[in-house]
Design a protein around this ligand. Structure first.
Ligand SMILES: Nc1nc2c(c(=O)[nH]1)N[C@H]1C(S)=C(S)[C@@H](COP(=O)(O)OP(=O)(O)OC[C@H]3O[C@@H](n4cnc5c(=O)[nH]c(N)nc54)[C@H](O)[C@@H]3O)O[C@H]1N2
Ligand SMILES: Nc1nc2c(c(=O)[nH]1)N[C@H]1C(S)=C(S)[C@@H](COP(=O)(O)OP(=O)(O)OC[C@H]3O[C@@H](n4cnc5c(=O)[nH]c(N)nc54)[C@H](O)[C@@H]3O)O[C@H]1N2
Ligand SMILES: [Mo]
Length: 794
């Protein structure tokens, strides 16, 4: 343990940093205290508290925190610590206005930390970057839209522009946005899902015909076993812990598979449970906890399957009931024999070499899977952000299908999404690979031709910008420059653009790493009143379990000059597409009109308005649950990648010159006080880190073996075979319960280490959970909080 006290230059606040293990349950009084502190910090004590009471209520707004569904039929409050932070951050009384920009040049702002930038408050009016003075200056909305229109219409081809979406965007805004972008003439739709659950969308699309989860909250009330792979709900989906703790109390076997022993997966004190709070009691979450190596899950899943296979062989020989659900398999699936052959041919030795578990542990896992009649698999970024992200999802799906766990009550697939409407944005057609069916329908409804050529996602857009094939970058939300891999290259790419424009609520670094010209277009947040010609408007969102419901903010907007996201799209479309037959602004008078158009395009959304105004909205049924498989074969498909190919691919990505050195695998993840690139604070309470972010979690034996000591500082260098030097500086070593050879650190500070080329081949999701690195001892920084920007421009 070590305490440091420093004055952080950029924020001029006294910051203490310390490493001190946290022994309490997740949630509980610690969470309530943190809510109060955050409301105070954002100076929103009364308004914030009222705002919170409206979160996730039938008549309130959808919490912008995460995509975990709301508990229905509850009259108590329905928010969590980290949802409260997200809300307080949006409802802040601080402002970033014209005066702020007049006082700070872009060069000065660039030197400040991401924490500083987002802490300055809400953006209030459209701003234009004036390169001559290096300042953002006010611009009217009309002039801003005209500038974008001029730049877009001057392009040789619409494919020279790219349109990013972050997952907070509502269904209504997303639908109009894709309609506008396609009317303009391109399918270039980089999306935050490209860095998030894209492997899930692709993987489940292959196997069960639609890349979404199959379970609802009700299934958690009927299940026997819940396996949680690579997900940290205590921080990222705290409301999920209430569901898990209820399941635990029913005797459900909850099993976590995670290289780190996450606090929230061990014990939880439910702030909504009066008895637990008063008695300071808590409920365990996981009955069993397995710590594979980073990236070891693929071998774990293949190993589980191989055990099932061998037991099935034995059962058949002795005339007992089969282990696999043969009736289900015969009726519903294709390629089962192929994968049996592959599993049979995979040597145990190779499996055990990669799991990071002991042989008895793997056996126990397989046994628990076999013994449960109803199994739910939950997973997060620990499964998707790998070079073999899609292969991971195929294996999860193989196991579920092999025992008939799809379409059975209390069983199924539960990918836990991140952004509160990331799933809905995809449903609304934000997709660089649109299906012909979608384009046909859009053409039919809007009587306009739409481009058929598939577009670019995140990784490909960055490359295209760097190579000047793309000249205009437009973002609907998010923080592209920090969320994406290979930070220096991405900065370079954005700078090559003729125009970068961001629709945003808060200032972030993407607004500063701009093209020759740049715009900030400030919009309303979820918590704010959206008044249009027909009165107050609601938007709709789709949560992680395919429930679609309305959201309406009540707070007075942060500034009179803000526009809603749908309004921004409509006004922009009107300027860009002079001859469009679509009445863009008409849709904005009442969002019911947008929803009527959505209903015409998507069969699932028939009678959208009528259904969405019902309390709680409606549920989109996954066709797999009625054994309707939208795959090529019309069946659910078993799919497998040879184990050797998976692990050789990972190993071959790094440079041979380092084979002699100790190479570690680094995962990048979230601290408790951040929302993606937005930092609410500098603590990671459950992991015992306070007041600093540049930390490196490392196994104590590895620390000793490398001749290092805890609290010492190191530089981290990644070693991809392209020979580019990628290094981040001065990370403090924290001795931690993490498997040997594995390291953990926070994103976005570590994004400069991820080579743009290191991604899953099909989903193109950056492998930000699997970075080969070496360590260099270094001196301690002068500012112990190490709050400098993630990557200083060189
Ligand atoms: N408060 C808060 N809430 C959020 C977010 C936030 O930043 N803050 N972000 C939102 C978004 S967009 C998303 S996508 C979700 C993200 O939520 P999560 O999916 O929980 O994301 P991470 O924090 O990146 O890491 C997940 C876990 O993966 C584990 N892990 C890493 N590598 C491996 C591996 O190889 N195998 C296994 N089995 N586990 C591994 C890590 O130890 C960690 O516990 O949360 C959403 N909710
Ligand atoms: N190394 C590494 N990289 C990662 C990840 C990782 O685990 N490791 N995770 C990846 C994942 S899962 C994701 S989803 C991405 C996240 O990538 P993004 O979605 O691009 O990033 P965020 O940090 O969520 O975006 C924050 C910004 O959104 C804006 N914003 C907030 N609310 C609103 C709103 O209502 N409307 C609009 N228009 N703007 C708003 C604010 O200006 C704020 O600064 O990062 C990915 N990058
Ligand atoms: Mo995400």
């Amino acid at each position: 343990m070590q305490h440091d006290e420093q004055i952080s230059e950029s924020t001029k606040v006294r910051v203490y940093s310390k490493i001190e293990p946290y022994h309490h349950a997740a949630g509980g009084w610690g969470a309530l205290l943190s809510v109060a502190r955050n409301l105070k910090k954002q100076a929103v004590v009364t308004r914030g508290a009222i705002t919170l009471l409206n979160a996730n209520q039938p008549t309130g707004f959808d919490c912008p925190g995460c995509a975990w569904p709301e508990q229905k039929h509850t009259h108590t409050f329905n928010f969590c610590e980290n949802g409260a932070k997200a809300i307080a951050f949006e409802a802040t009384s601080k402002r970033v206005d014209a005066q702020f920009f007049a006082g700070h040049s872009v060069s000065w702002l660039k030197q400040q930390s991401d924490y500083f930038l987002e802490s300055q408050g809400r953006l209030t009016e459209p701003m234009y970057y004036d390169a001559k003075t290096d300042h953002y200056v006010p611009i009217s909305w009309d002039a801003a839209f005209e500038l974008v229109a001029k730049k877009l219409n001057a392009l040789a081809h619409p494919d020279q522009a790219t349109f990013y979406t972050s997952g907070r965007t509502s269904n209504e805004a997303a639908f109009l946005y894709q309609l506008f972008v396609r009317s303009f003439g391109t399918n270039n739709f980089p999306d935050c899902s490209n860095m998030c659950h894209e492997a899930t969308s692709v993987g489940l699309g292959d196997t069960i015909g639609l890349g979404k989860g199959t379970v609802t909250l009700e299934d958690f009330e009927h299940t026997d076993a819940i396996f949680i792979f690579g997900q940290n709900p205590g921080t990222n989906h705290p409301r999920m812990l209430s569901t898990l703790s209820a399941a635990y109390k029913r005797g459900v076997n909850i099993i976590s598979i995670n290289p780190l022993k996450e606090r929230g997966l061990q014990r939880f004190q439910d702030p909504q449970n009066k008895l637990e709070m008063i008695t300071n009691g808590s409920t365990p979450i996981s009955r069993n906890y397995f710590q594979p190596k980073i990236g070891g899950d693929y071998a774990v899943l293949v190993g589980m399957f191989k055990h099932l296979y061998e037991w099935d062989q034995e059962a058949k020989k002795s005339g007992q009931a089969t282990i696999f659900d043969e009736a289900f398999i015969v009726q519903n699936t294709a390629y089962f024999d192929d994968i049996l052959q592959e599993v049979a041919a995979t040597a145990w030795q190779d499996i055990h070499a990669h799991t990071g578990l002991t042989e008895p542990e793997l056996l126990q896992l397989a046994q628990m899977f076999k013994d449960a009649k109803r199994v739910i698999f939950c997973w997060g970024m620990g499964m998707t952000q790998h070079r073999h992200g899609v292969a991971n999802i195929h294996m999860l799906s193989n196991l579920l299908l092999s025992r008939g766990h799809i379409g059975r009550q209390g069983a199924g697939a539960c990918p836990v999404r991140g952004h509160s409407n990331v799933q809905g944005d995809r449903t609304m057609g934000i997709n660089e690979h649109p299906s012909d069916a979608l384009l046909d329908r859009l053409e039919q409804v809007f009587a306009t031709p739409f481009p058929r050529k598939h577009g670019l996602g995140v990784v490909e857009s960055i490359k295209a910008m760097a190579e000047k094939r793309i000249k205009v970058f437009f973002a609907m939300g998010g923080n592209f420059s920090e969320a994406t891999p290979d930070t220096h290259y991405t900065y370079y790419a954005l700078k090559q653009c003729e125009l970068t424009a961001h629709v945003a609520t808060k200032l972030n670094r993407s607004h500063l790493t701009c093209g020759q010209e740049a715009l900030i277009l400030p919009c309303l947040g979820r918590t704010e009143l959206d008044l249009q010609v027909h009165g107050q408007q609601s938007i709709s969102v789709e949560d992680s379990m395919s429930n679609v419901h309305l959201s309406a903010g009540r707070n007075e907007p942060a500034s009179e000059m803000l526009l809603s996201e749908p309004d921004i799209v409509a006004r922009l479309a009107e300027k860009v597409l002079a001859n469009s037959s679509i009445k863009w602004r008409w849709y904005i008078e009442s969002y019911d009109r947008i929803r009527d158009a959505i209903a015409e395009v998507f069969d699932d959304f028939k009678d959208f308005n009528q259904r969405v105004y019902q309390p709680g909205g409606f549920h989109l049924e996954h066709p797999a649950n009625i054994h309707h498989w939208r795959t090529q074969t019309g069946k659910a498909q078993f799919m497998i990648t040879p184990l050797k190919a998976v692990y050789e691919d990972t190993e071959h990505q790094f440079s041979a010159q380092y084979q002699q050195q100790k190479v570690y695998t680094l995962m990048t993840m979230r601290s408790h006080d951040q929302y993606n690139t937005t930092l609410y604070g500098l603590d990671d309470r459950y992991r015992g880190v306070f007041g600093l972010r540049r930390v490196l979690f490392m196994n104590e034996l590895d620390i000793a073996e490398a001749g290092l000591v805890a609290d010492q500082y190191v530089d981290i260098e990644s070693i991809f075979s392209d020979g580019v030097k990628r290094i981040v500086h001065q990370f403090r070593i924290v001795s931690y319960d993490i498997p040997r050879g594995c390291l953990g650190a926070y994103y976005p500070e570590t994004n400069p280490l991820v080579a743009l080329s290191s991604h899953d081949q099909r989903a193109k999701i950056p492998a930000s959970k699997n970075i080969p690195v070496i360590l260099h001892p270094t001196s301690a920084p002068t500012d112990s909080t190490n709050l400098e920007p993630a990557a200083l421009e060189s």
